[in-house]
Ligand binder design. Structure first.
Ligand code: PPS
Length: 287
């Protein structure tokens, strides 16, 4: 059954982001030795989470295969099906150092202490046109999100920033403006796609978790789209109807060209220019 989403403080939230969660974020305790992964949805969360987890296991890829993504990725934002306790309650009880993955809150709803404490924060950004397409399929296949009648209807909602999680522009510009803080690493999906090895090295240096000699190639292979797609753990069957669209869909840069009409593309480019003007934040829309 598809449940309804709703607007709270001007931002659309999925049904699974309960009021209790939004309230708890105001006082959620952040620890200086936490590692956080923050993204706008469909920007490479699962991919980056996998890399961080491998780095946390000393790059032993056999160890990671024993870990279920559900057990390591603490999505604070939602009460998932089958969960008996809110993720923020479980996470508060975890010993340090905690790895807190997959938080999609806009700044006004994220834990307030993320502005006063200095945990390591990864922010991953992806060009908005590919995010839009990926998110479209996520709406179609996700058992709990609204299905749009058509791509055109969906495109308008994305353009208006009226999807769950709010505006792509607001979230990405907020974190871009914090990119120079020494505890923030701003990554781009397209850079990871172009040269995953360099991105992994950067991440390892940021964390201070070294890659054992000779292991980098193995980690790169393990985190390739083809390899992750083969792994049934990433189908998230309890949430996704994979007969509609798999979670690991295409994993590419430029798929938007198959969906944006010429007029949608022109309208979006105009909006993009207006919103991004003067920010210095740029994206590649093809590789
Ligand atoms: S979510 O639901 O917000 O957590 O989704 P998220 O994980 O952020 O994004 C899903 C998209 O990332 C792609 N993906 C990858 N691309 C390249 N390489 C690897 N290893 C990889 N892993 C996941 C995934 O396929 C989704 O993008 P699309 O364009 O839909 O394929």
């Amino acid at each position: 059954m598809k449940e309804c989403d709703r607007i709270v403080d001007g931002i659309r939230h999925p049904w699974a982001t309960k009021d209790e969660i939004l309230e708890a974020m105001k006082t959620f305790e952040v620890r200086e030795d936490d590692v956080w992964l923050i993204t706008y949805r469909k920007s490479g969360t699962t991919w980056t989470a996998q890399i961080i987890t491998i780095l946390s296991c000393g790059c032993d890829v056999r160890k990671i295969d024993e870990i279920d993504p559900k057990d390591r990725v603490s999505f604070l934002d939602v009460l998932k099906q089958g969960m008996t306790e809110f993720a923020h309650v479980t996470t508060a009880k975890k010993p340090s150092p905690r790895i807190i993955m997959g938080t999609h809150f806009q700044s006004r709803h994220m834990p307030r202490e993320l502005t006063t404490k200095k945990p390591k924060i990864f922010y991953v950004a992806r060009n908005p046109k590919d995010v839009a397409v990926s998110f479209y399929y996520f709406h179609k296949s996700n058992k709990l999100l609204k299905t749009f009648e058509s791509w055109d209807e969906y495109f308008q909602a994305f353009y208006d920033g009226d999807l769950v999680g709010g505006s792509w522009f607001d979230m990405n510009l907020y974190w871009w403006n914090r990119r120079n803080e020494d505890n923030v690493l701003f990554l781009k999906y397209e850079d990871m796609k172009e040269d995953l090895g360099s991105a992994i090295v950067k991440m390892s240096e940021f964390l201070g978790w070294p890659i054992p000699e000779g292991k980098l190639e193995e980690v790169v292979k393990h985190c390739s789209f083809g390899n992750m797609k083969k792994n049934p753990k990433f189908n998230y069957r309890e949430m996704i109807d994979i007969s509609v669209s798999p979670f690991m869909r295409k994993g590419m840069v430029g798929d938007w060209k198959n969906y944006f009409t010429v007029s949608q593309n022109e309208a979006f480019d105009k909006l993009y220019e207006e919103k991004m003007q003067g920010s210095g934040l740029t994206f590649r829309f093809e590789l």
